[in-house]
Design a protein around this ligand. Structure first.
Ligand SMILES: C[S@@+](CC[C@H](N)C(=O)[O-])C[C@H]1O[C@@H](n2cnc3c(N)ncnc32)[C@H](O)[C@@H]1O
Length: 311
């Protein structure tokens, strides 16, 4: 089954309203710089470049070389204003240093998978498409989902399925997966889905597929997504100029919890880098957007603004 590639980026109007990309120069005379930490197909990046034209700069990061290729074609018209970098946003300070950038005016992170990654069976992300047990966002790095199944013990796998996927029956699923893997019966995404169904039953018709939680947990583990998000949340405050803003779109409760906690800490009086919350509660998309773009269904948007100077 082909999944349509999204054309309209998620919550675009709200992202732009909070990020507030602008043309012109910062107070220190440097050109304004925006970072799209998850460039994907370049939809948000394009809008940021349009709104900050004619002189705003954008550094677009993605750990997936195929995503960057797609974005490169879309963003070529902005010439020198846009630089695309292959890398993990966990390394944001080093990436910016290599670009000669010491301060930024805005940061966007639209977490998770792009629709292009989901639609490509060979990447192994989609439970409806048969593909290898890969799930790496960056295929230049080692460590596939299959490698994980070969190295994680039953207890660690069960714990991860619960913590990262919200799977209540983690141990039951882990047992079946590891047994089938040992028997050579768990090699593809459809094998994985089948194994979860064997452990739990298919789930009721019309409900979310019972294997969704297992796919999510394995993907998060393979890509060390929680670690990367924590590193980004720890690093960005000192990189933002006063008045600079950060916007994060998260797609499951584990991600949103990390963002909520980090932003709340930054908004406390004791924060070494003072920030103001732009969203007290997470913003959600409207019904019309969810109908048009199913990926928007679970999104939560949070935003902060840096105030004053770092101490
Ligand atoms: C939801 S898509 C972004 C879509 C994009 N906003 C657009 O408008 O097309 C998320 C992208 O973030 C990338 N990504 C996820 N985690 C990352 C990380 N730690 N470092 C760099 N890129 C990451 C994925 O490879 C994917 O291409």
């Amino acid at each position: 089954m082909a999944i349509p590639v999204e054309h309209v980026p998620v919550m675009l109007d709200r992202v732009l309203a909070h990020l507030d990309p602008r043309p012109g120069r910062a107070a220190d005379g440097a050109p304004r710089v925006y970072v799209d930490a998850t460039t994907g197909l370049g939809g948000h990046a394009e809008a940021i470049l349009v709104q900050s034209g004619p002189d705003g700069r954008l550094i677009g990061i993605d750990r997936d070389p195929a995503a960057l290729e797609a974005a490169r074609a879309r963003l070529a018209k902005f010439g020198e204003r846009c630089r695309l970098v292959h890398g993990d946003f966990a390394d944001l300070p080093a990436i910016l240093e290599r670009q000669g950038v010491t301060a930024i005016d805005g940061l966007l992170a639209d977490l998770g998978l792009s629709s292009a990654q989901l639609a490509d069976a060979d990447r192994g992300f989609a439970l409806q498409l048969n593909g290898p047990l890969d799930m790496r966002m960056d295929p230049t790095r080692p460590g596939t989902a299959a490698d994980l199944l070969d190295t994680l013990g039953e207890e660690r796998l069960a714990e991860a399925l619960g913590r990262l996927g919200g799977e209540r029956y983690g141990l039951r699923v882990a047992r079946v997966l590891l047994r089938r893997r040992r028997e050579g019966r768990l090699r593809t995404t459809l094998d994985l889905r089948e194994a979860v169904h064997a452990a739990l039953g298919r789930g009721r018709a019309g409900r979310v597929d019972a294997a969704t939680r297992t796919f999510q947990a394995l993907r998060i583990l393979v890509n060390r997504e929680q670690e990367a998000l924590q590193a980004l949340l720890a690093a960005f405050p000192r990189l933002l100029r006063p008045g600079g803003r950060a916007v994060v779109l998260s797609f499951h409760s584990g991600e949103d919890r990390l963002v909520k906690q980090a932003f709340r800490e930054l908004a406390r009086d004791t924060s070494p880098v003072p920030m103001r919350l732009l969203t007290r509660r997470p913003e959600r998309p409207g019904r019309v957007e969810v109908r048009a773009n199913p990926r928007a269904r679970s999104v939560r948007l949070r935003a902060v603004e840096r105030i004053g100077e770092a101490t």
